[in-house]
Structure formats: structure tokens, C-alpha cells
Design a protein around this ligand. Structure first.
Ligand SMILES: Nc1ncnc2c1ncn2[C@@H]1O[C@H](COP(=O)(O)OP(=O)(O)OP(=O)(O)O)[C@@H](O)[C@H]1O
Ligand code: NI
Length: 386
């Protein structure tokens, strides 16, 4: 049975297609570069929703080894923007999202900053300092629990089953969140709960089921419905389309994209590059804990294509393209080289790759790719190969 969302967002209407190759949504500033040079970006008019600088996460194992899960990640997320975060399994995407929400385990140590702004109020700072951005990495647990999670930052978790209460129906969990965040009661609450389920294409006739009675795809939709209720200014969606068929993938990412209307932001963590191409304004590519490329989605998926050899390989691995996987395996995050971590898998690697590349103009590579590609992630032809 098809469970329709109220209004699928037409692909061509996305802001990215109006902005591709130009500026970050709603600003006069170019897209943020990665790495240390991002810090020096002009900031008088650019008011990002989220400004992450030099974010690192280290896990200390029982054996005393350090796992470098996230290293010196810097990026901005503008109001109204969808940023897709992509990269192979284990490269640190979920750890990054957990760090932003204060959900890391006790053996984790973070450094850097992640400033969450009040988009509407930042234009006119208030007298009592209430409008100052909140550093999510420095905030205490009470602040995160009371004012951030679900309210200022929503999360579609990667493992919905682990985040849903197993012994309560989806309907009661959804109603509880709607009551808490919207203050509704009685008939209005029932109607708003049904509407919240429909937003994530969760079928109304399954609301009386407990999470363990649901398929993986339905549990995913339940988690998405819960995350959307608060209309949080920033939404982190960690693999929100796992277990969904193509049509539902597209409906789900369109609904998430619609979340960015009215100046809200979306960080979409996904393995699904065609889904990222469909809705993202920009793409951040992560490898072994580092951002290796941060690019406008239009040129990245179309022409001239990605510039980091790893990003180029990720796109080439798609069935719609060359269907050739990136050779080799990602490195152990507990035993990273001093230089470029991708070098052992990179056909372009040379002696200079023993040094860590300094990010420049959105790419961290000593010898970025310069030739273009001709086919989009979804297989669409986008002009000739450069
Ligand atoms: N508590 C922990 N202790 C030690 N290492 C951890 C811990 N949690 C995560 N890691 C490691 O951090 C790395 C990054 O994991 P993460 O879950 O962020 O990857 P990911 O990019 O989200 O992958 P996937 O696409 O499979 O979800 C992995 O190597 C993982 O083993
Ligand atoms: Ni993950």
C-alpha cells in the first residue's frame, strides 16, 4: 500500500537549483571552505545557523589507544540550507552528529566549537546576551536536554529502533512529543499526531503498533516523524532513508528538504548520493574523520564534478556511473598516517602526500582532479566531459 505524504516537493523547485554555483542560501557570501581557512571567512553579513570550527573527537579505548573519529572539521550551515555529509562507513559522520547533540559516550573527548545561532534574533542582538550563539560542544547536559535536543536541534537517528521506546506504541510516543512541543490536547492533539505521522509517510493504521512490530523501513519513518514534530531550526538526519524503496527515499528527502523552508537548516548524513543530489545545496565529503571536500552540489554532481580523488571515486562507484568501487579499504582510525589518509588508495598519490594537505578553496588534496564528469549521480546526462 502506498502511504502518500501530503505534498511532495517538486525537484526543480529546490532553492539549490536557483543558487547552484553562486552563494549560500540567503546570503551574499560564497560557500564556506573547509579546514583552517574557513575561520577567516568574512562574517559581517553571513549569519550561519551552525558554525563548526576545528571539531575533533577522540575515543580512548580500554587499551589506552586513541581513535581519531573526527579531526579538525570546519563548516558552516546557513539558514535555509541543506548540507549533505557523505563518506564511507566508519568515517565519522554519526560521531560528528552525536558530538553536536552531546550524545557521545564517556570515553569521548571533543575539541573545537560548534556555534548554534538563533537565526531570527541574531540580526538584532538582545541586551541581556540571550541572543548569543550557543556552543554545542561546551553546553552542559541540562541545557542540551532542556533547550537543544528536539527543540533547537532535531535528530533523525541512524538506529531508530534504539531511539524509540520498545514497549509503547508509535502513536502514543508521537502524541507525547506533539503534546510536549506544541502544547496541544484532545481532538487537536489527535489531529496533529496524524498529521505528524503523514509528514514522514508513516501509515495511520500502524500507529497502534510498538516499534518491535515494525519493519526497519517503518521504524525509520516513525523516527523521522518524531524528529520533524518540533520544527527545530536545525535538523540532523542520520541515514534517514535506510530500508526505504526509491519512491519513499525521494518522498522522505523531499519532506526533509521542505524542513529548510522558513530559514531552517538540514544536515543530511547519507550513503545515498542520488538522494543527496536531489535535495542538497552543498556536499561535504568525509574521509577517515576529515572533511576532504566541501562543494556546491550542482558542480559536484554535474560538471565539472568532484575535485578530491576520493569524492571522484565515490561518484564513479555508483551503478549509474562507472560502477567501479574505490580500491582498498579505509584506514584504521586508531592508526592514521601523518599525511593524507587517502594516499594508499589514491592513483594520483605522490611523495608530497606524506604531508597533510592544507585545505584550499574547498578541497584538501595536493593534486585535485581537474577533469569533469558528464553524468549526474542519478544517471542524468549533464553535458560533455571536460
Ligand atoms: N564509543 C566508541 N569507542 C571507540 N570508537 C568508536 C566509538 N564510537 C564510534 N567509534 C568509532 O568511530 C568511527 C566513526 O564511526 P561513525 O559511526 O561516526 O561512522 P559513520 O561514518 O557514521 O559510519 P556509517 O556510515 O557506517 O554509519 C568508527 O571507526 C567507530 O568504530
Ligand atoms: Ni553513521
Amino acid at each position: 500500500m502506498a502511504h502518500a505524504l501530503p505534498r511532495p516537493v517538486p525537484h526543480r523547485a529546490h532553492p539549490r537549483h536557483r543558487l547552484a554555483g553562486r552563494c549560500v542560501a540567503g546570503t551574499d557570501q560564497p560557500a564556506a571552505p573547509i579546514g583552517a581557512d574557513a575561520v577567516s571567512r568574512p562574517s559581517e553579513t553571513f549569519r550561519p545557523l551552525l558554525r563548526v570550527r576545528e571539531l575533533s573527537v577522540r575515543f580512548r579505548t580500554r587499551g589506552g589507544r586513541d581513535i581519531a573519529a573526527v579531526s579538525e572539521v570546519s563548516f558552516d550551515l546557513a539558514a535555509g540550507e541543506c548540507l549533505a555529509l557523505v563518506g564511507e562507513s566508519g568515517c565519522g559522520k554519526s560521531v560528528l552528529a552525536s558530538a553536536l547533540l552531546g550524545l557521545l559516550p564517556a570515553n569521548a573527548r571533543t575539541s573545537g566549537s560548534a556555534l548554534l545561532h538563533h537565526p531570527a534574533r541574531d540580526a538584532a542582538p538582545g541586551p541581556a546576551g540571550q541572543d548569543r550563539p550557543l556552543d554545542l560542544l561546551a553546553a552542559d547536559e541540562a541545557t542540551l536536554a532542556r533547550t537543544v535536543r528536539g527543540r533547537r536541534v532535531g535528530l533523525v537517528p541512524q538506529s531508530p529502533a534504539a531511539h524509540l521506546t520498545p514497549v509503547r506504541t508509535v502513536g502514543s510516543q508521537l502524541a507525547e512529543i506533539v503534546r510536549e512541543l506544541k502544547g496541544l490536547r484532545g481532538k487537536e492533539l489527535a489531529e496533529a499526531t496524524l498529521a505528524a505521522a503523514a509528514r514522514a509517510a508513516f501509515p495511520a493504521d500502524h500507529l497502534d503498533r510498538c516499534p518491535h512490530q515494525l519493519s526497519g523501513g517503518l521504524a525509520q519513518r516513525a523516527a523521522t516523524a518524531l524528529a520533524l514534530v518540533g520544527d527545530a531550526p536545525l535538523l540532523l538526519a542520520d541515514e534517514p532513508t535506510t530500508g526505504l524503496d526509491r519512491e519513499l527515499v525521494e518522498r522522505t528527502v523531499d519532506e526533509l528538504r521542505a524542513h529548510t523552508d522558513d530559514g531552517r537548516g538540514l544536515l543530511l548524513i547519507t550513503h545515498d548520493l542520488p538522494a543527496a543530489e536531489r535535495v542538497a545545496d552543498r556536499v561535504a565529503v568525509m574521509y577517515a574523520g576529515r572533511l576532504v571536500e566541501l562543494a556546491e552540489a550542482g558542480p559536484f554532481f554535474g560538471a565539472p564534478g568532484p575535485r578530491h580523488p576520493y569524492a571522484d571515486g565515490l561518484l564513479a562507484a555508483l551503478p549509474e556511473r562507472d560502477f567501479v568501487p574505490v580500491p582498498g579499504m579505509p584506514p584504521e582510525l586508531g592508526d592514521l598516517p601523518d599525511g593524507c589518509a587517502f594516499a594508499p588508495r589514491c592513483a594520483r598519490a605522490g611523495a608530497e602526500c606524506a604531508q597533510l594537505p592544507v585545505p584550499s578553496d574547498g578541497v584538501a588534496c595536493h593534486h585535485p582532479v581537474t577533469t569533469g564528469r558528464s553524468v549526474s549521480a542519478s544517471g542524468r546526462r549533464e553535458g560533455s566531459t571536460a
